[in-house]
Write a protein that binds this ligand. Structure first.
Ligand code: F6P
Length: 359
């Protein structure tokens, strides 16, 4: 099949580097004689006729360094669950997307997103839409790729925050608890915690014992280090306790995590008799400019996605297997989460250095 026109969309939570992927897709497709249609707000661009536009190299000039996404994004859970109401009528979601894909004269799609968007994309691939997925997440939890753009930026930001908290923690001889994102994986906490020199790092993969954490802090006090930095992944769970959830999953939407830092700080104060404060870094980790690493990875992902489409390699996700980018079947990716293995090198090194994991 010779490609003439492709669509590009971004879905799920944003991550720094999305614009760099879009730019790479548009420029490399244009240079191969392929027109690109930007689909707005994820698959909504294939639902509503006014949510798509032609993207030329001129439209993507200067966006390499910007966070967010010029196409907009939605994080709506399972879109197949509800019928679609448009000014032109009510449709079954999947039928409408397939119909509009044909009507718009598209030959293929580049779908940039996290586990949710990749799962939706895989459904449409099985229904006949030729497409390639590009993995995106600050959480670094997508199966099959060693890294995703957005992660390095999030870790850099969290590391900077930990550096700042160090000075105030030391001045007041306090415990500072820092809650970072990551959903059910501890990658951000582990990497930012090590880079920021945290004393304790709590990750979802290792249920923690509060008494062990308190003991770690007491030992530091005895050694004369009278402050401590505790990095808590939002998905960290105390032994015998439960996940900290801000709102439960409902309809098609996923549960929202939050509160792990506050819980930990409130519990540590009486156990250590030390003044304790907590900070939630939240969406600051997703904002701002992508780091150089994320810009280059995102650019490589975008260029590779177009190369795969041109070669007819559909139903694949672009994966980073250093030093190469390789296509892996979407089928092997969806429904899985890449968590931190307990023998992870960085985790083992941190342990060897005396960092506490609450176990
Ligand atoms: O998956 C990225 C992520 O930022 C998670 O780390 C976090 O739990 C979630 O998205 C927050 O989602 P929302 O932007 O919908 O609050």
């Amino acid at each position: 099949m010779s490609l003439k026109k492709i669509g590009v969309l971004t879905g799920g939570g944003d991550a720094p580097g999305l614009n760099a992927v879009i730019r790479a897709v548009v420029k490399s497709a244009y240079n191969s004689g392929v027109e690109v249609i930007g689909l707005e707000d994820s698959f909504d661009g294939l639902i509503y006729p006014d949510k798509s536009r032609v993207l030329t190299p001129g439209d993507v000039t200067g966006i390499l360094r910007f966070g967010g996404t010029i196409l907009g994004t939605v994080n709506r859970g399972n879109p197949f669950a509800e019928p679609i109401v448009t000014p032109g009528g009510t449709y079954n979601y999947a039928d409408r997307v397939l119909q509009m894909f044909e009507k718009m004269g598209l030959d293929a799609l580049v779908c940039i997103g996290g586990d949710g968007t990749l799962a939706i994309s895989y459904e449409f691939y099985k229904k006949g839409i030729p497409l390639v997925g590009v993995p995106k997440t600050i959480d670094n939890d997508i199966y099959g790729t060693t890294s995703c753009f957005g992660f390095d930026t999030a870790v850099s930001f969290a590391t900077d925050a930990i550096d700042r908290l160090h000075t105030t923690a030391e001045a007041h001889r306090r415990i500072m608890v820092v809650e970072v994102m990551g959903r059910y994986a501890g990658w951000i906490a582990l990497h930012a915690g090590v880079a920021g020199g945290a004393d304790v790092i709590l990750i979802p993969e290792i249920p923690y014992d509060l008494e062990k954490v308190a003991q770690c802090i007491r030992e530091r006090d005895e050694r004369g280090a009278r402050f401590s930095i505790v990095v808590v992944a939002e998905g960290a769970i105390p032994k015998g306790g439960k996940l900290s959830v801000l709102s439960e999953a409902h309809g098609g939407t996923v549960e929202r995590l939050g509160g792990a830092g506050m819980y930990c700080a409130n519990a540590l104060e009486p156990l250590t008799h030390k003044e304790t404060r907590y900070v939630v870094l939240g969406h600051l980790q997703r904002g701002g400019m992508p780091t150089a690493f994320d810009r280059t990875l995102a650019t490589r992902f975008g260029g590779k996605a177009v190369e795969l489409l041109l070669n007819g390699q559909f139903g694949k996700m672009v994966a980073n297997h250093p030093p190469d980018l390789v296509p892996i079947p979407l089928q092997d990716v969806v429904g899985k989460t890449k968590t931190v293995p307990l023998d992870n090198d960085l985790l083992m090194t941190a342990r060897a250095l005396g960092v506490g994991f609450g176990d």
